[in-house]
Each structure stands twice: as structure tokens, then as C-alpha cells.
Write a protein that binds this ligand. Structure first.
Ligand code: ZN
Length: 329
């Protein structure tokens, strides 16, 4: 780890003073708590992505087309290298009429005039996708935590936040009848677990097309591992570059998260040079949400509140329900 830091520093200085440029800009040093033990070819989350490789798209620039046929067809992401067909041979069940997929039951439906007739059960949601929910990091992973607060002991751990939000999402999806796959329920026993999370999602058998959602909180670069300036804050959603479905899904999530939290809109992001592993190695459309900055001293206080986490989870559910209803063309 120490040697790694020295290397990072020397790379940093050589890039400042015109050293050889055979590599993309070095990942900014984020202090002694930062640690990504994975191959440098892949980033684990957006805080590992060199800033000068990032491509930004505004939500408003994305055409979230609603398919007319009501049939998504095979749903491996054709834009992805190595994508394979993991959906069943038979066509997915036709999508039911719109009012059935609407989570809000129509108000004027029930007519409980006859007491012997059971009141109509709330419209049953017909699942359209299998949502592979990834909580990002395990407890054993180094780094991915805030600096210590002034009391010298309080600290934010990203794995705990991610897990809490994902659990809140799953709880609501259970009520809504939406199908999901909890990719890493064993998060306490694992560290980075990067390949395995992707592997589990890829190998998961499903009659429904799969969509991968990785939930994270962000960290801005700092020279000494301390807090970032308060200007660095907000929400961004990542997708695999060139994946049209990924970009559309990302736009729906970004829209809802910004709406619900009121956090600054940092737009949709993708990267050409350093690839985010879970976005490029999954064989299904995939996105990664970065919900606020945990090394922003003001924003992390928000991220530690249960009500704010609930809002973030609700926003993810809203996005999921919108895509369950309309599909992604
Ligand atoms: Zn992360």
C-alpha cells in the first residue's frame, strides 16, 4: 500500500512536469484510507475514474423512448463486448394493459355494494424485468469511507450506506411485486468482490430480461485524504459508454434521484478509457448510481440520515417502476 502511494505521487509529479505519458492521467491520490486493489484497467466506482476521461450527458438530452410493441425482446445488451443470450427462448409474456402495471390502483374501481363479494385485490403487478441489485462494496474492502469527523471516531462507510439503501429498495419492491436479485447478500464477509458480483448477475437464471443497478456514494479527489470543498456534491449516474439502453436507464434513475433528493444534478457519466467493471462486464444493461459525496463534510451528514436514505431508495424504486411500466426501447 505504501509503495502504491509513492508510485501514485511520483506518477502525479511526473505528469505535472512533463514525464512520459504512456498511461492515462493517474488516479488522484485520495489519502491513506483509499484503496482499490483491483487491476488498474478497471475502475470499481466512479471515484476511481480519471477525471479527464469522463464524458457527460444531460438527462434532458436523452430520448427515453417508450416502445410501441410492448415487447422488449431478448435483453442481453448487444452493445457490450461478450454479451450473450441469457433470456429464455420463448418470448416474454405480453405486457398487460398499462393500468395493471400502474402501482397506484384506480380510485373509482372498487364497488363494495355486495358484502358477500370480496373487495377487488389491488392490481397485481406483472413483473417485466429482473433487477439485479448490487450494493457496491463489502465490509472488508479498504478505503471507501469518509475522513474522521471532529470527534475523532465518527466515520461514514460506503458499504454500509450502499447496503442500507439497497435493503430499503428491496423492501419496497417486495410490496410492489417487482422481481429483483440481491447480488451480494453476504456483504459483511466480502471485500471488493468485483468479478464475483458480475459473475453472479451474469449467471443468474431468469425468465425475465435482467437489468443491473449498482448503488454507491461518491468520493471527490483530495490531495491529503481530507474533506473535499463543498462545491463537490450531488448525484451522477453512470452507464457503459455506447450502451444506448444503459444510457436511457441511467437517465430515468438520475431524473428521479435528483427530483426526490434535491441534490445537485451532476448529469449522466460514462468513461472511454478507464472502464467501470460492473458496467462493462455485465451481459445486461447496467447502471451505477453515485448518490452524493461522502467525503463532502456537509453532504455526508445528509447521507447519514435515515430519511435521506429512504428518499434515495424511493427514487430508485420510482425509476424502477417507471421502467417496469414503460420498458426501455
Ligand atoms: Zn463505491
Amino acid at each position: 500500500m505504501f509503495k502504491k502511494l509513492i508510485d501514485l505521487f511520483s506518477n502525479f509529479f511526473s505528469s505535472l512536469f512533463g514525464g512520459k505519458k504512456d498511461k492515462p492521467a493517474p488516479t488522484p491520490v485520495k489519502g491513506p484510507t483509499s484503496g482499490n486493489e483491483k487491476s488498474p484497467d478497471f475502475a470499481e466506482d466512479s471515484s476511481d475514474v480519471p477525471v479527464d476521461t469522463i464524458v457527460t450527458v444531460k438527462v434532458a438530452e436523452v430520448n427515453i423512448a417508450i416502445p410501441t410493441g410492448g415487447n422488449d425482446g431478448p435483453f442481453a445488451d448487444p452493445d457490450k463486448e461478450g454479451a450473450f443470450e441469457d433470456t429464455p427462448k420463448e418470448e416474454p409474456t405480453p405486457v398487460p394493459p398499462k393500468d395493471k402495471t400502474d402501482p397506484t390502483p384506480p380510485v373509482d374501481k372498487p364497488k363494495p355494494t355486495d358484502p358477500t363479494t370480496k373487495p377487488p385485490t389491488t392490481s397485481k403487478h406483472e413483473p417485466r424485468y429482473l433487477w439485479c441489485l448490487d450494493n457496491g462494496h463489502g465490509k472488508l474492502q479498504p478505503g471507501k469511507r469518509s475522513p474522521l469527523f471532529d470527534d475523532g471516531k465518527t466515520q461514514f462507510f460506503e458499504y454500509e450506506f450502499n447496503r442500507d439503501v439497497v435493503e430499503k429498495i428491496m423492501k419496497t419492491l417486495d410490496k410492489q411485486g417487482v422481481k429483483y436479485f440481491d447480488v451480494v447478500p453476504d456483504y459483511l464477509e466480502v471485500g471488493s468482490f468485483l468479478e464475483e458480483r458480475v459473475d453472479r448477475a451474469n449467471k443468474k437464471k431468469s425468465d425475465l430480461p435482467k437489468i443491473y443497478v449498482s448503488v454507491h456514494s461518491n468520493a471527490g479527489p483530495t490531495a491529503d485524504g481530507s474533506w473535499v470543498p463543498n462545491t463537490i456534491q450531488g448525484v451522477e449516474t453512470w452507464y457503459a459508454q455506447n450502451s444506448q439502453k444503459g444510457m436511457k436507464i441511467a437517465a430515468v434513475f438520475q431524473k428521479h434521484i435528483v427530483e426526490k433528493t434535491g441534490f445537485k444534478d451532476r448529469n449522466l457519466k460514462s468513461t472511454a478509457i478507464s472502464s467501470l467493471y460492473v458496467l462493462t462486464k455485465t451481459t445486461m444493461p447496467a447502471i451505477l448510481t453515485e448518490n452524493g459525496f461522502y467525503n463532502n463534510k456537509e453532504q455526508v451528514k445528509e447521507l447519514m440520515k435515515d430519511a435521506v436514505r429512504q428518499k434515495i431508495a424511493d427514487a430508485h424504486v420510482d425509476a424502477i417502476l417507471e421502467i417496469e411500466k414503460n420498458g426501455i426501447g
